[in-house]
Design a protein around this ligand. Structure first.
Ligand SMILES: CC(=O)[C@@H](O)[C@H](O)COP(=O)(O)O
Length: 258
């Protein structure tokens, strides 16, 4: 089933990061195996040192997916805004995954800077995908700032810890039933992805768990299946857990032994 992110319809519910793969060829294979339609690219990391930015961006373009540029590594509002403006020029898209990092150790978002940057970018016509926490008040502010998609973390970036606060994610889903919610960051295993999809999240964005897996291509396939399974389970209507036993086989009368 299709989902709408701003005005774009997409059918895959997996958004994939493009960093840390053992090689560009493995990245390309992982993207294909995942069947993702959206790949996020860090403008700042790819243009700084190590990588040959131009060749990397060509590779991404050749994959035929939609690019979601991101402001990973930006620690201030003006840096994030400038990076987003450069990304729009480079990729010809008004989509931006907005990261304003507030803490070196946890890589948690600076939610105050995030809201400010989101407001500026939305007023400039950007369609902002904010990397945020699971805080409901911050989420409200981001919507007021013009965001029409929210991307809460479930654990620190790269931690692979999986959903640390399921009840916060659950209340986020309940509070914003009509806003596309994408869990971004901290997913470590396909079962983590399936769990958040079972809560009714619209999609998952992940990078480290695939890129740093023993076999990134196979792991991309495993995540694609788990996300699809989680979504199907949510749509099919999951049972609520109960404290008491409910016999799965009803017994009518008594067995008669001759
Ligand atoms: C690539 C990217 O955008 C990451 O910053 C993102 O938040 C994914 O996090 P994980 O690497 O924990 O999946």
């Amino acid at each position: 089933m299709m989902q709408k992110l701003y005005n774009t319809e997409v059918s895959s519910r997996l958004l994939l990061g493009s960093a840390r793969y053992p090689s560009p060829a493995i990245l390309a294979e992982a993207v294909k195996r995942s069947e993702t339609e959206i790949v996020t690219v860090s403008l700042r990391r790819e243009t700084a040192g190590g990588h040959s930015g131009g060749a990397f961006f060509e590779l991404i373009r050749a994959l035929g997916v939609r690019v979601l540029p991101n402001t990973a590594g930006c620690h201030g509002v003006s840096e994030a805004v400038l990076t987003a403006q450069m990304a729009r020029e480079l990729f010809g898209t008004s989509w931006i995954k907005l990261e304003v990092i507030g803490n070196h150790d946890t890589l948690q978002p600076d939610v105050f800077g995030l809201v400010e940057a989101a407001r500026i970018l939305s007023s400039e016509g950007f369609q902002v995908f904010p990397y945020t926490t699971d805080d409901l008040v911050v989420a409200e502010r981001l919507l007021e700032a013009g965001c029409r998609v929210l991307m809460p973390w479930c654990a620190p970036i790269g931690s692979a810890a999986g959903p640390l606060n399921l009840s916060a994610l659950r209340s986020m889903r309940a509070h914003f039933p009509d806003i596309p919610l994408i869990v971004d960051a901290g997913i470590g295993r396909p079962s983590h992805a399936a769990t958040v999809m079972e809560l009714g999240f619209d999609a998952v964005l992940l990078n480290t768990a695939v890129a740093s897996a023993g076999d990134p291509v196979a792991m991309a396939g495993a995540f694609a299946k788990a996300i699809e399974a989680g979504r199907q389970a949510f749509s099919a209507g999951l049972l609520e857990p109960r404290d008491v036993a409910v016999p799965s086989t009803p017994v009518i009368g008594k067995a008669v032994f001759a």
